[in-house]
Design a protein around this ligand. Structure first.
Ligand SMILES: Nc1nc2c(c(=O)[nH]1)N[C@H]1C(S)=C(S)[C@@H](COP(=O)(O)O)O[C@H]1N2
Ligand SMILES: [Mo]
Length: 325
């Protein structure tokens, strides 16, 4: 059997670090007794990652930053695009796929404001051209206890942040999603304060794994997954990954996110995936991988920082993660 890392990383991408990481992922899979599953995943991987032929193509080069290409088996496009959290389109997992047809992802602009030297309004086409697209296969762990593995397409949010030149006062970044009653039937419900708002510390926003995503499975994002652009933060609970973003604001004070506003004891600012810190109403120690719903499907243990500790652990060195949940 050939070493899997050689199959998965093109020669041009083989750096000692990349080889080390691929091998570590492989060893972790072996240790988990998942080798058979992993091999089946590899065999089916290329086929699965192919675009489903539903929306405009959006190809990306293979993800180049450490941690960008998990070896976990991909979630099917069908599952990833029909089991969604997007409360602007309803609170049931099936609602967004049914109702998000009313979202108009074009024309679209994103306003960048606050503590930046170059504020402005970016239209979607200029954002699409701002940096080369990459495909990154990330695990995304929802706070409710399920997870998916999705080939996202986009580039590091840091590329945009560098262009707008944050000032020394820019300690945090606030993200605001679209809130348009005409396009989003879920806004009639008071389940959250609209618009949906999320926030990151500036170093989290600048971390290379923080993806500004425009697509998945080689195509532009389906509306229900946050078209035309969203965040994907693989080491944080899914709700930090704001969808359909219209505003990015650089600020000095820590923003209050919609979920913290709704229930501060349950949803903290950091919301890093952490199996040792339970949600007040349920354990976070394990998760259900969407698509593994068969008779013998076992819950998986949830990994610290969702398995991205090597890449992001340093951001939180010395912090009490029970207090800063
Ligand atoms: N604007 C907005 N963004 C959102 C949400 C939302 O309700 N509104 N839900 C979040 C939650 S809880 C999760 S788990 C992810 C789900 O992303 P997916 O449907 O693409 O898997 O989106 C996040 N982004
Ligand atoms: Mo979530």
């Amino acid at each position: 059997m050939k070493h899997p890392s050689l199959d998965l990383i093109p020669a041009s991408d083989i750096t000692p670090k990349a080889v080390f990481e691929a091998r570590r992922d492989w060893l972790r899979l072996m240790a988990g007794g998942a080798a058979g599953v992993a091999m089946a995943g590899w065999a089916g991987r290329e086929a699965q990652a192919q675009s489903p032929g539903k929306l405009a193509k959006l190809p990306g080069a293979r993800g180049s930053v450490p941690g960008a290409m998990t070896l976990d088996k991909l979630t099917s496009y069908q599952d990833a695009s029909t089991y969604n959290n997007f409360y602007e389109f309803g609170t049931d997992k099936a609602d967004p796929a049914r109702t998000a047809g009313s979202l108009r992802p074009r024309p679209w602009t994103v306003t960048v404001e606050g503590e930046v030297g170059k504020p402005g309004v970016f239209d979607l086409d200029s954002l699409l051209k701002l940096s080369p697209m990459e495909e990154r296969i990330y695990r995304l762990r929802c706070v409710e206890g399920w997870s998916m593995v999705i080939p996202w397409v986009g580039y590091s949010l840091a590329e945009l942040i560098k262009r707008v030149e944050p000032t020394s006062k820019a300690k945090f970044v606030e993200f605001t999603s679209l809130a348009d009653k005409a396009q989003m039937p879920g806004l009639r419900s008071g389940v959250l304060d609209w618009p949906y708002v999320e926030g990151l510390r500036i170093d989290e926003a600048m971390h290379p794994l923080t993806l500004l995503s425009f697509g998945m499975y080689g195509e532009v994002l389906p509306n229900q997954n946050g078209a035309p652009l969203r965040l994907v933060l693989p080491w944080k609970y899914g709700f930090k990954s704001a969808k359909s973003i219209v505003k990015i604001r650089f600020v000095e004070k820590q923003p209050v996110s919609s979920w913290t506003r709704a229930a501060a004891q349950e949803y903290g600012f950091y919301s890093n995936v952490n199996p040792q810190v339970d949600h007040p109403r349920w354990s976070q120690a394990s998760e259900r991988r969407i698509g593994e719903g068969g008779l013998f499907a076992k819950k998986r243990p949830t990994l610290m920082f969702n398995g991205y500790e090597a890449q992001v652990g340093q951001l939180y060195a010395g912090m009490d993660l029970k207090k800063n949940f």
